[in-house]
Design a protein around this ligand. Structure first.
Ligand SMILES: [Zn+2]
Length: 310
């Protein structure tokens, strides 16, 4: 049985808001008094120079933990704030629905979340019981609540985590691709922004599928995704995981195409990918790839851009 791996960023990929939003909303008054912050997002924009860069928001939150947030603990993060995080439409049901459908087609399927956020918040969401793993930051605590950073997941290390999971138990030895626990070709990566570009490019180059999501019905969001992520992904779809969603249709369509293509094309996909990027300098090789591409619908399908506003 073949295994398909789905890897997700969390904030604004699986959720409709940053995971810290419920905390920032609850202490809005205190934040306004101390920092003149009137919107949750300003907490990051004003106080963390490199918003989205994982380390700084954790440090900032530790600093504010007692004075502003009234003593945050991992338990509070999980039990009080995690459940309040607004999830994307269709979640968490999507995880088991897609799994069921793929099992019928003879696939095993795994869901993994890689987030620059913290595990205690994500554990409090309904997503947690539905996924195989969550890799994210961690706060340590003493009797007064969270007091230091236990682990950081940096956006620059997201690719490392994908590699580790795909290589499986034998991850420290050199494996041929066929021995991988999850073959990169069978990996779908979901993200929403610049911090996901490394993961997108990594998987795209290896024949996997990179999917960028944007807020449903948000025209600007769609345009931004096409402009900023268009070159790094093969799919752009609204952040909607419901049963009739475009997102689900596209996933099943791609899997169907790939099943049909099996054994029908033996061209090394990385060559095709590099050719498209203009990295192949040898004229003869260029010609061979060009000719193959013109005649191979399977390779054409793999290169196809599937960008949908709805
Ligand atoms: Zn081909």
């Amino acid at each position: 049985m073949k295994r398909i791996g789905f890897f997700y960023d969390f904030d604004l990929t699986l959720s409709e808001e940053l995971q810290q939003t419920p905390i920032l909303k609850k202490y809005a008054k205190e934040l306004e008094a101390k920092y003149k912050i009137t919107e949750p997002i300003q907490y990051f924009l004003k106080l963390c120079k490199q918003f989205d860069k994982s380390v700084e928001w954790m440090e900032q939150m530790l600093q504010d933990s007692n004075e502003i947030f009234n003593g945050l603990t991992n338990e509070k993060l999980e039990k009080e704030f995690g459940p309040q995080i607004k999830l994307a439409k269709g979640l968490p049901e999507f995880f088991s629905i897609i799994k069921e459908e793929l099992i019928k087609q003879g696939f095993e399927c795994e869901h993994h979340v890689i987030s620059v956020g913290v595990d205690s918040l994500i554990k409090g969401t309904k997503i947690y019981p539905e996924v195989n793993s969550v890799i994210s930051g961690k706060f340590e605590e003493d009797e007064n609540g969270i007091n230091k950073i236990g682990r950081i997941v940096s956006e620059f290390r997201k690719v490392e985590h994908i590699k580790n999971i795909c290589k499986g138990k034998k991850m420290h030895s050199d494996l041929s691709l066929n021995e991988y626990y999850i073959n990169y070709k069978n990996v779908f990566v979901f993200g929403d922004g610049a911090s996901d570009i490394d993961m997108f490019r990594f998987i795209l180059q290896r024949g996997g599928v990179a999917i960028a999501v944007f807020e449903q019905n948000n025209n600007e969001g769609y345009k931004k995704a096409v402009e900023n992520l268009g070159n790094s992904v093969n799919v752009i779809v609204p952040r909607d995981y419901t049963d009739n969603s475009r997102l689900k249709k596209v996933i099943l369509e791609i899997i169907k195409e790939r099943i049909e293509a099996e054994g029908k094309c033996d061209m090394d996909y990385e060559l095709i990918h590099n050719y498209k990027l203009g990295y192949i300098e040898n004229n003869e090789i260029q010609k061979i790839i060009k000719k193959h591409l013109e005649n191979c619908e399977h390779c054409q399908n793999k290169l196809k851009k599937r960008f949908y506003f709805d």
